[in-house]
Design a protein around this ligand. Structure first.
Ligand SMILES: C[S@@+](CC[C@H](N)C(=O)[O-])C[C@H]1O[C@@H](n2cnc3c(N)ncnc32)[C@H](O)[C@@H]1O
Length: 264
């Protein structure tokens, strides 16, 4: 039953991201920042097989293809893959697949790059085991994800209105350390930073989250519109965070990690 639920959940995530594939590159200012910020950790050696896990519209897959010999973009969303295929380097191999069951052979990849994706994995330990299975010993995972504290302004504004879930559950820094520091892998480098993006109003923020496909909430009780009244109330509470220049801030707590698969 749990497995079936997880599968259903992933299908929904794929659909939500799929419907955002056309608008995604316009709204993706956070993704651009976080993905570029991983570049200094990339190995200099070029004769590598690289997997972009959760490749989305393929923006970073394309950059990786400029650096490495064999690059694979893997995503669960057909629409994202279709979009990426039509826009990006033709040498990239595109694969439709789920990170919890990666359709690649054991020890076949040197580097996994994954930008703002693993917050969607559930259970995350299953996906990590899969990443370690396909990595060669000594291979690297270079990733960013969002952690606890992300969108705290939106979360606390909604909390004053109802008890429903309006923001997805994010892991903590400690949880990520426990998951990656095992007898199979080690978190060699990590960085945590708050990125505060500015919005003209709360609708602008909601539109950006929708454009990113980041509006899938697995535990939300009331599907559909939250009701105009509730929405209006929430935006009033959000005024507490309003900056003197009339800008609405939203915090994204970004975690970046460099993981090595141990030789054992
Ligand atoms: C926020 S987007 C990031 C896309 C890209 N990495 C970037 O930096 O622009 C997350 C992507 O992860 C994909 N995704 C979510 N869950 C997945 C899963 N279980 N397996 C593979 N891809 C998944 C989504 O379809 C979406 O394209």
């Amino acid at each position: 039953m749990q497995k079936e639920e997880n599968w259903q959940l992933r299908e929904n995530i794929a659909k939500t991201f799929g419907s955002a594939s056309q608008s995604y590159d316009v709204s993706a200012r956070l993704q651009r920042f976080s993905g570029k910020h991983l570049m200094p950790w990339l190995p200099k050696k070029t004769d590598l097989t690289v997997l972009d896990l959760g490749s989305g519209t393929g923006f970073f897959t394309d950059l990786l293809a400029g650096n490495y010999q064999r690059v694979i973009g893997l995503d669960i969303s057909k629409d994202m893959l279709r979009f990426a295929k039509s826009k990006r380097d033709e040498d990239i191999l595109w694969i439709e697949g789920d990170a919890h069951k990666i359709p690649l052979a054991n020890e076949s990849v040197d580097l996994i790059y994954s930008n703002l994706v693993i917050q969607w994995f559930n259970p995350l330990d299953v996906a990590i085991n899969e990443m370690l299975r396909i990595l060669k010993p000594g291979g690297l995972i270079i990733f960013t994800t969002l952690i606890d504290g992300t969108l705290h302004e939106l979360k606390s504004s909604w909390k004053q209105v109802d008890n429903d879930q309006h923001v997805i559950d994010f892991k903590s820094e400690e949880e990520l350390n426990t998951l990656f520091n095992t007898n199979k892998s080690k978190l060699l480098e990590q960085k945590c930073q708050d990125i505060v993006l500015e919005y003209q109003n709360v609708i602008h923020l909601a539109r950006e989250l929708k454009g990113l496909g980041a509006n899938h909430l697995p535990h939300k009780k009331n599907r559909g519109l939250s009701g105009k009244d509730k929405w209006f109330k929430m935006t009033e509470y959000y005024q507490d965070f309003l900056e003197p220049n009339g800008i609405y801030p939203a915090t994204y707590r970004l975690f970046s990690g460099l993981v090595v698969k141990l030789n054992n």
